[in-house]
Structure formats: structure tokens, C-alpha cells
Write a protein that binds this ligand. Structure first.
Ligand code: SAM
Length: 136
């Protein structure tokens, strides 16, 4: 892992450790539901991603840099797909696991601590890849 990269993950980990109450309230005001975002991806954009990533070939969808499981849970739910969610900060991945479980998606989703710079998957494992606000 390169040095700058470590800083990104440490910064994000601190965000995922913070209480979510106020943020969830803002999301409910904006979207009508708390989605667990840590970026700028709105509900309509996540719905479009779900539509675009609906399986056209065999294989799960990869949500790279899933944060708290957004938009992964919506992609898995609306796109009826299996989904693998990866990120590095474990605090975020715990939220992601909770988001999947709360929506009854445990059997179709997997949460893995992994750096997208060195993916531990064979090529052509995934039918599509989504990533929202990962390169910022
Ligand atoms: C701004 S957050 C967005 C999280 C979520 N996708 C969302 O839209 O709410 C960016 C996320 O990308 C993750 N990330 C950045 N570089 C990554 C990499 N090389 N591999 C895995 N995750 C990465 C960060 O740890 C962070 O959780």
C-alpha cells in the first residue's frame, strides 16, 4: 500500500467511526430514507447504476470502495444480483455488513477487506463493477 493511500484509508476510517444519527436524518430529508452514503451519489444515480449493472453475463457485481455499503445494497436489491463489496477500513465494512443484513441480502452479498489496487480475484470474475466517489 502506498503512503498517500494509507492516509486516505485512515481519514475514511475516522469518518466511519463517527455516529450516524445526524447524517441519517439528513439523508431521510433528502432521499426519504437513510442510505448510508459517504459521498455525493444520490438515490437516482444509484438506481441508474443498479439498472446498468443488472447481470447481462454470469457473475457477481463488484462494489469497489463500498464505504458503508452504498450504493452496493441498492445495486444488489434492485438489480437482483450477487454482490461483492470491498474497501479497506473495517469500520466502514461493518456498516456495510449491517446494511446488507438489515435488507435481507446476506446470502447474496459478501464483504471483503481488500485494496482495489491489488484485487484478490481472478480476471473475469465479475459481470460489472461499480464505484462511487472512490477517486476523490
Ligand atoms: C468517499 S468514500 C465513498 C464510499 C461509498 N462508495 C459511497 O459512495 O458512499 C470513498 C471510499 O473508497 C475507498 N477506497 C479508496 N481507494 C480504495 C482502494 N484502492 N481500494 C478499496 N477502497 C478504496 C475509501 O476507503 C472510501 O471508503
Amino acid at each position: 500500500m502506498i503512503r498517500d493511500h494509507e492516509d486516505v484509508f485512515e481519514r475514511q476510517a475516522r469518518r466511519y467511526d463517527r455516529p450516524l444519527d445526524t447524517w441519517a436524518e439528513l439523508e431521510r430529508e433528502a432521499f426519504g430514507l437513510a442510505v448510508g452514503s459517504n459521498g455525493y451519489t444520490i438515490l437516482a444515480e444509484a438506481e441508474e447504476l443498479a439498472r446498468l449493472s443488472e447481470a447481462k453475463v454470469a457473475g457477481p457485481v463488484l462494489d469497489l470502495g463500498t464505504g458503508r455499503g452504498w450504493p452496493g445494497w441498492l445495486v444488489a436489491e434492485r438489480g437482483h444480483s450477487n454482490l461483492v463489496a470491498i474497501d479497506v477500513p473495517v469500520a466502514g465494512l461493518r456498516h456495510a455488513q449491517e446494511a446488507f443484513t438489515a435488507r435481507g441480502l446476506s446470502s447474496r452479498t459478501q464483504v471483503i477487506a481488500s485494496d482495489g489496487m491489488a484485487l484478490p480475484f481472478a480476471s473475469e470474475t465479475f459481470s460489472s463493477i461499480v464505484h462511487t466517489d472512490v477517486f476523490c
